[in-house]
Design a protein around this ligand. Structure first.
Ligand SMILES: Nc1ncnc2c1ncn2[C@@H]1O[C@H](COP(=O)(O)OP(=O)(O)OP(=O)(O)O)[C@@H](O)[C@H]1O
Ligand SMILES: [Mg+2]
Length: 478
């Protein structure tokens, strides 16, 4: 059989192998290519979309991912640089920015859309939907997509998807186990362009990342610190947060329900730095509504981020990694109220752990918004390392003793930046220590004094309880 599927004039022809070849031939309504990193999953899906767009004039396909933003640097690059022949883009195939779609001269289209802006995806009918990194979606998203494949131009209608394996009870794996989705296991042997250097980089990955990205296993980390973590419960959709009254449609916080907003900070440069913004409701549930997670950023950049976040959210205070007092001072200089966090690991972990468990009302006291991260750190993505809280928590483990039992004292110090950040907030909320609250009062006093044109005495000031009084006159004058 001739497997030369495309004959570009200037690029090597593409041949699919192994699971990719099976996916090429599959007309199953739901077909998933799952496997280790770099096995050729995305390339196959894009080659197939392109092939079908040429073969079936007027067909309609869409490339979908959790966020629209993430497609630009991934699927669109592979499609334009590897799949299309040189000189096609702009001629036989045109990109329409307004419509967010590639248009073929035979009337076929390949659109792009994110589940974060679902109107593009959900308001049309499609012959093929390609879901990249499908594990990032909720099962409801997947279900909604299955209702949209009914354009009827192609002889079969298909959701074709790819992903790296996640934890074993992931909904997508369960769907495959129930035979609702055909799962094909993609391997490095299927990709002739894999190099020994690439494999060596995967061999060097820590813990469960290596199981999943090197070996393609749906594996859970052994000795997880946060055993009660369950993405199905703790990661919440926009829809849910609107239903609970935390968010408004436009993603702003609803002050009727959100009682406080706080932030936590973990400093980093070579390692990622992290800021997490937390909304609290009157039942003391914490919701991470925003997360900034970036490497290679200096303190001025973080101050800029702090200011932007303060414009967007009424952040009371930044609870920071105490290891860098000078950064905390600089935050305060820029009117970002900041204090050093309590950095005792065991009580911090236990504070967060107890929030993950369901409380008397059956709900935990800890949630992460599905779109908390607005921008991924490309460097981390390229290295296949976690780029947010929900990715770190999955691989955050206790070290093992010689007999293999977890030593529950200090977790393994790898990919723990968002973990530390969350811990600072959990302990702050469970026990704002006397020293932390004293420090807060002191800062509030100083800033208030500075705001009042330095007319007030700076010594002998009586500490204030609770939040700052909203008065024109200095409260110490009474
Ligand atoms: N059959 C093939 N022949 C030649 N090159 C291929 C083939 N399959 C994949 N490649 C190339 O290998 C690289 C990795 O492929 P791809 O991005 O599809 O992998 P992936 O499995 O989606 O990786 P990830 O798990 O990281 O998303 C790309 O440069 C792609 O063009
Ligand atoms: Mg891919």
């Amino acid at each position: 059989m001739n497997t030369v599927l495309d004959q570009p004039k200037t690029r090597k022809p593409y041949h699919p192998y192994g699971a990719a070849l099976q996916a090429w031939k599959s007309s199953n309504r739901e077909c998933l290519l799952a496997g280790a990193a770099g096995t050729g999953k995305s390339r196959l899906c894009l080659q197939k979309l392109h092939f079908c767009a040429k073969k079936y004039p007027g067909m309609r396909a869409i490339i979908v991912r959790k966020t629209r933003e993430s497609i630009t640097q991934t699927a669109m690059v592979t499609y334009e640089k590897k799949v299309l022949q040189d000189g096609w883009l702009g001629n036989a195939i045109k990109w329409r920015t307004q419509e967010q779609q590639y248009e073929y001269s035979n009337g076929s289209i390949i659109a792009v859309g994110g589940m974060d802006k679902p109107s593009k995806v959900m308001s049309s009918e499609w012959d093929m939907v390609y879901v990249q990194e499908a594990t990032e979606l909720f099962e409801e998203d997947w279900g909604a997509l299955t209702t949209r494949i009914r354009n009827g131009v192609m002889p079969y209608q298909q959701i074709i998807a790819d992903c790296n394996p996640s934890y074993p009870t992931h909904w997508l794996k369960q769907r495959a186990d129930r035979h609702e989705t055909l799962m094909l296991e993609s391997r490095h042997e299927d990709n002739p362009s894999v190099t020994p250097e690439y494999i060596a980089a995967l061999d060097a990955l820590p813990g469960v990342l290596k199981d999943r990205l090197r070996w393609g296993r749906w594996a859970a980390a052994e000795g997880m610190v946060y055993e009660a973590w369950d993405a199905k419960i703790h990661v919440v959709s926009k829809k849910k947060l609107i239903e609970w009254g935390i968010l408004n449609e436009d993603e702003t916080l609803n002050p009727q329900v959100v009682k406080r907003v706080l932030a936590s900070v973990d400093w980093g440069y070579t390692n990622p730095g992290v800021i997490q913004v937390w909304a609290l409701d009157s039942d003391d549930r914490m919701y991470m509504v925003r997360e900034i997670y970036q490497t290679q950023r200096d303190i001025d950049w973080w101050i800029g981020q702090g200011k932007e976040l303060k414009k967007e959210f009424p952040i009371e205070i930044f609870v920071c990694d105490p290891a860098e007092p000078s950064y905390i001072e600089q935050f305060n200089k820029h009117k970002l109220f900041a204090i050093g966090a309590t950095n005792d690991i065991a009580p911090g972990i236990s504070a967060l752990q107890s929030r993950l468990k369901p409380a008397g009302d059956g709900r935990p006291r800890f949630y992460v918004y599905e779109y908390a991260v607005k921008e991924r750190d490309d460097a981390r993505v390229k290295e296949h390392r976690p780029f947010c809280f929900t990715q770190e928590i999955d691989g955050y483990v206790w070290p093992k003793s010689k007999d293999g039992a977890p030593v529950k004292e200090v977790p393994v110090k790898v990919d723990d930046h968002a973990m530390d950040c969350g811990r600072y907030m959990a302990i702050f909320l469970s026990d704002p220590t006397p020293s932390a609250s004293d420090h807060l009062r002191d800062i509030q006093r100083r800033v208030e004094i500075a705001n009042l044109r330095k007319i007030a005495p700076t010594q002998g000031v009586v500490p204030v309880q609770g939040t700052l009084p909203q008065k024109q006159k200095g409260w110490w004058e009474h």
